[in-house]
Design a protein around this ligand. Sequence first.
Ligand SMILES: Cc1cc2nc3c(=O)[nH]c(=O)nc-3n(C[C@H](O)[C@H](O)[C@H](O)COP(=O)(O)OP(=O)(O)OC[C@H]3O[C@@H](n4cnc5c(N)ncnc54)[C@H](O)[C@@H]3O)c2cc1C
Length: 291
Amino acid sequence: MLLRDLLKHQGVAFSCEFFPPKSDQGEANLWDCLQELRVINPAYVSVTYGAGGSTQDRTRRIVERIRTETDLSPVAHLTCVGSTREDLQRLLDQYQTSGIENILALRGDAPEGVGSFEAMDGGFAYASDLTSFIRDHGGFSTAVATYPEGHPESKGGVEDDIRYLKLKQDAGADAAITQYFFDNDSFFRFRDAAVNAGVTIPLIPGMMPIGNYAQIVRFSAMCGATIPDWLHAKMTPVADDLERVKSMGIELATEQCAALIAGGVNDFHFYTLNRSEATIAICQNLLGSDQ
Ligand SMILES: Cc1cc2nc3c(=O)[nH]c(=O)nc-3n(C[C@H](O)[C@H](O)[C@H](O)COP(=O)(O)OP(=O)(O)OC[C@H]3O[C@@H](n4cnc5c(N)ncnc54)[C@H](O)[C@@H]3O)c2cc1C
């Protein structure tokens, strides 16, 4: 089903993001994880797209496997990195043939150690260009990324991000999934400003349950997510006790989601990091059941 239709639902819905594993064992774990997550009935599941060629093939293989072997709705992440229009056209044709209907269109980042992103000759420089290319191809529903605290490269801060989000909507995006954040006020401010700028597509908060605090500090420095002082003060004393961190992470994410629901949010996208436990616990807390 097309993403734009999957998002027309009553009540609160969840989606889950995975990365394509590198080993058979990793793939077996992913399959277990997908099975376990069925208890929260994900509206869709998305698979990330790496910078290198083999990683890109893995994304295609995994979304196609999800499509043929489960009744989950897969969303394939797709970036502009290392691809010409012809490459992208070929991949979209393949997706269409195999019944993949939903794409998360991204610019992507340079592969590790390669410096900053540079558009390929004959490729695209921005996610908005890729989004309109997908719209012109036809047959897909497209989501894009957005950044309530600003993308690390945005020179004009959050205002730039809102302008580019509107460009992506105008290019055909049906929804935008956010970078994770821990301060709900930054999301609400961003949402209000986006609506004022004419953004009408759903803004879906990306949720990152904290399972390993040191890792979250590292990720956040790279992607520009702020760690509020209150969170740092809570997590620092327990950072070495992984079980404690996990249970506090579940508790904090449940509270964060509950406050977002109170502020009118109906869709949540979980960065699962190929683990199901925290996402299931948070969603079950929110649904108030142990289904
Ligand atoms: C939900 C989500 C999923 C992700 N999945 C992946 C993944 O699978 N693989 C991966 O490699 N990365 C992924 N990323 C990371 C993403 O690729 C990076 O954040 C990347 O740096 C920007 O991608 P974008 O699509 O937001 O780019 P863009 O929207 O193109 O923005 C990139 C930069 O250019 C600026 N900009 C945008 N449009 C214009 C314009 N017209 N003129 C001038 N400047 C402009 C923006 O402000 C920003 O600074 C994901 C991010 C999110 C939030």
